[in-house]
Design a protein around this ligand. Structure first.
Ligand SMILES: [Zn+2]
Ligand SMILES: [Zn+2]
Length: 160
């Protein structure tokens, strides 16, 4: 009984894992299907960029892409690749991808490499907390500024 409740509670598979390289604890969680935003991860460093389905560029791309497809079966895999192709590179020169390995924030080693699409990695659970004490809030903001920068010009100009 207790186990069943745990399963229901933990439907996003929240789990503490350990970096195989530096042994730091990390918090993994599935991307919620209710969320309008998804992260794409750099293929060279732990930086991620959030893309919302409400963004103009996302909607334009979606419109262009699916209008160009003739059959009913939409190719979502190819659409993901089209989104990736329209993002500016990471500040480190890497490419943002849905399925890039999720990396440790301390030593940058790949931590989740097996089917990482739909999984997010955090240093801890602070990002999900409603209220944090000043110290944890500051630490969270520093983490966000470094690894989740949300740049203004993340999209490449759309070619008409
Ligand atoms: Zn590490
Ligand atoms: Zn990078």
């Amino acid at each position: 009984m207790a186990q069943e409740e745990d399963l229901l509670d933990n439907w996003l598979h929240e789990e503490w894992i350990v970096c195989p390289s530096c042994q730091r604890s990390l918090f993994r969680i599935d991307t919620s299907p209710m969320d309008h935003e998804r992260y794409l991860y750099c293929d060279r460093c732990p930086i991620r960029v959030g893309i919302s389905v409400y963004e103009t560029e996302y909607q334009q791309l979606s419109h262009l892409f699916f209008a160009a497809q003739e059959n009913e079966e939409h190719d979502h895999e190819a659409f993901s690749r089209a989104i990736e192709a329209h993002l500016q590179p990471c500040t480190c020169g890497g490419t943002f991808r849905y399925d890039a390995p999720r990396r440790c924030f301390t030593c940058f080693a790949p931590v989740i490499t097996d089917d990482p699409n739909g999984v997010d990695l955090y240093p801890d659970e602070d990002v999900f907390e409603q209220e944090l004490d000043a110290k944890r809030q500051e630490r969270l903001e520093r983490w966000q500024a470094q690894f989740c920068p949300n740049p203004e010009n993340k999209w490449k100009p759309l070619s008409k």
